[in-house]
Design a protein around this ligand. Sequence first.
Ligand SMILES: *[C@@H]1O[C@H](CO)[C@@H](O)[C@H](O)[C@H]1NC(C)=O
Ligand SMILES: *[C@@H]1O[C@H](CO)[C@@H](O)[C@H](O)[C@H]1NC(C)=O
Ligand SMILES: *[C@@H]1O[C@H](CO)[C@@H](O)[C@H](O)[C@H]1NC(C)=O
Ligand SMILES: *[C@@H]1O[C@H](CO)[C@@H](O)[C@H](O)[C@H]1NC(C)=O
Ligand SMILES: *[C@@H]1O[C@H](CO)[C@@H](O)[C@H](O)[C@H]1NC(C)=O
Ligand SMILES: *[C@@H]1O[C@H](CO)[C@@H](O)[C@H](O)[C@H]1NC(C)=O
Ligand SMILES: *[C@@H]1O[C@H](CO)[C@@H](O)[C@H](O)[C@H]1NC(C)=O
Ligand SMILES: *[C@@H]1O[C@H](CO)[C@@H](O)[C@H](O)[C@H]1NC(C)=O
Ligand SMILES: *[C@@H]1O[C@H](CO)[C@@H](O)[C@H](O)[C@H]1NC(C)=O
Ligand SMILES: *[C@@H]1O[C@H](CO)[C@@H](O)[C@H](O)[C@H]1NC(C)=O
Ligand SMILES: *[C@@H]1O[C@H](CO)[C@@H](O)[C@H](O)[C@H]1NC(C)=O
Length: 507
Amino acid sequence: MKAEFNLAIIFATRKNIFKIIIIILSFLLWNYANIGLKLKELTFTESAKDILNVYNTTQENTTNSSLEKHNTTRENTTNSSLKILNVYNTIQENTTNSSPKILNVYNTTQENTIISSFEAPLTEDEKINMKYCQEKTCKFVFPYYHPEQETRANIHTRIYTQLARSLNRTIVLSNVGNSRVQACFPYPFYFYYDIKAFQKQYPDIRFITQEKFFKWTKERKIKPIAQHSQMIQDGRHNPLKFRKEKVMGVYEKVEMRRERKKKFCLDKFDLNLNITDYKEFHTGIKIKEFNRKAMLNLVTNTLKTPLITESEVIMILNTSPKEMFPIINKVIPYSPHIIKQSKSIIKKLNPYIAIHWRMEQGNPRLMPQCAKRLVKEVKKIQKKYGIKNDYFATDFPLNSNKAQSKTFHKISKFHKESIEIIEHIKLDTWISLNGFSQIRNNSKYEKEFKGSGIHGILDKLVCINAKYFLKGPKGCARTSSTFTRIIVDERKKLKKKYDLINIASSW
Ligand SMILES: *[C@@H]1O[C@H](CO)[C@@H](O)[C@H](O)[C@H]1NC(C)=O
Ligand SMILES: *[C@@H]1O[C@H](CO)[C@@H](O)[C@H](O)[C@H]1NC(C)=O
Ligand SMILES: *[C@@H]1O[C@H](CO)[C@@H](O)[C@H](O)[C@H]1NC(C)=O
Ligand SMILES: *[C@@H]1O[C@H](CO)[C@@H](O)[C@H](O)[C@H]1NC(C)=O
Ligand SMILES: *[C@@H]1O[C@H](CO)[C@@H](O)[C@H](O)[C@H]1NC(C)=O
Ligand SMILES: *[C@@H]1O[C@H](CO)[C@@H](O)[C@H](O)[C@H]1NC(C)=O
Ligand SMILES: *[C@@H]1O[C@H](CO)[C@@H](O)[C@H](O)[C@H]1NC(C)=O
Ligand SMILES: *[C@@H]1O[C@H](CO)[C@@H](O)[C@H](O)[C@H]1NC(C)=O
Ligand SMILES: *[C@@H]1O[C@H](CO)[C@@H](O)[C@H](O)[C@H]1NC(C)=O
Ligand SMILES: *[C@@H]1O[C@H](CO)[C@@H](O)[C@H](O)[C@H]1NC(C)=O
Ligand SMILES: *[C@@H]1O[C@H](CO)[C@@H](O)[C@H](O)[C@H]1NC(C)=O
């Protein structure tokens, strides 16, 4: 309470400057994009128009549907090591004949029905399908859950375009929130991302939002048949206790337990889908030999067997931090309303020093010392280059007592003390600069702004475009993250064009 009160005062006065913010996401890997360039390209009017879409979320009232009615007692977790359907064989790269058993079971003589339906008038469900898919049959693939934060989830989300292409299915774009791409969250995909620009990157891929997809399932008279696939990375610590497999392959799985469904939000869709089959795709524990291309082949081949091809929906639960498919180095562009906020901040501050301090993994006792060094360094840079403004991005909770990274649990007196020390320089944050002011007061977004998420994306964009970028040194901060990596990569691209002083330096 006290901290919050102090923050309010500090922000109100604004000149004294404040407390901190922001977020930071993600662990491993790379990726590149023209985020910075994009910022310059977009015009304000464009963004302003699109922003309405974001607020007009016409949120589906989904809470109701989570009432589970299926009887899931048939799952037996202790002995779930079931039939191996297919295992990736390193010698023959592309298996085409992956699950013959299934082929036999569902060897229905379908040709006749297909032909006759040509002449028949559309059924009610076909009419509904026409409305949503412009085809008599809908074919969706829905990666509805990924565990990691935005920078990493961005990577996973875009590599699914490859599967959508090989399966010729429409991708359902999952909801987002708290820096995650997960169906559980209330905000539509376009709260974080620019669907139009995403579509432009992949003109051959069809997209539909989770909201529309959900409506489709609800309208349908005969519940769409669905398949469930889970992606599992073996051989790493796994708090969810999934079964481990030695070799890359697809394994049969029994129906997910109710608690699991709830945990991953499958329960939201379960009532309106007829999920007839569950499978697991495993990387195998020999992870060093992991071949993404082979995995894509395996998944494609498996999901292209006749039974599954006929299923209208393929639900994908991705619990693997490692990318399952070949990497694509093109960031899914951020939503125009976030771009607009970042442009406004950049314009207000330019030229500015951006400081990124992720305190979470620093040594708390070192914090005050780190803060003193930071103050000294910033003053030095300001003097040397005649820069007056500073932007501060951090995982220290600015908006609440809660840390902005979920994994940042212990906020000590040392952290608070260090924040007081850096208040000796004039620092701006997304809060002091009124970032997202139109929606920050809206109770609908309360959770988002208290946790991590959309303002983390904003921080990232502001850091990318800074004249000078300072990141936390070893001991003071978490030094390697995908979040920082992407900032560095983008700054490398922008350095010449925008005459940036540095790429990244530690204080
Ligand atoms: C919100 O979206 C719905 C459906 O797209 C549309 O009918 C409505 O006019 C929109 N409202 C506003 C305020 O834009
Ligand atoms: C959502 O559903 C709840 C319970 O059914 C209802 O009370 C509430 O008014 C609904 N909200 C909207 C926006 O439809
Ligand atoms: C919500 O659940 C109630 C009670 O089960 C039901 O009467 C109502 O129609 C449901 N609403 C929606 C939107 O599904
Ligand atoms: C659920 O399934 C079990 C075993 O098949 C059965 O004994 C039980 O009665 C079922 N419960 C309900 C609510 O259908
Ligand atoms: C699960 O499988 C084990 C071993 O086959 C069996 O002893 C146990 O009764 C089963 N549990 C349930 C709930 O079916
Ligand atoms: C698991 O199931 C298989 C096949 O049904 C059986 O052979 C094996 O003994 C079971 N294992 C355990 C631990 O129950
Ligand atoms: C397997 O796939 C790779 C890449 O898609 C291709 O180059 C190769 O020719 C394929 N091999 C066979 C046997 O189809
Ligand atoms: C599968 O269907 C084909 C064509 O209808 C038929 O000739 C074949 O015998 C069937 N195979 C099995 C295993 O039922
Ligand atoms: C891909 O799907 C679309 C839409 O369902 C369909 O019109 C098209 O014929 C399919 N293409 C192939 C090669 O199957
Ligand atoms: C699900 O689909 C199977 C296979 O078509 C069918 O036998 C079953 O009745 C369906 N279940 C429900 C609840 O619609
Ligand atoms: C939120 O609302 C309060 C009271 O309505 C107002 O004083 C405050 O300035 C608002 N904050 C933002 C960020 O809009």
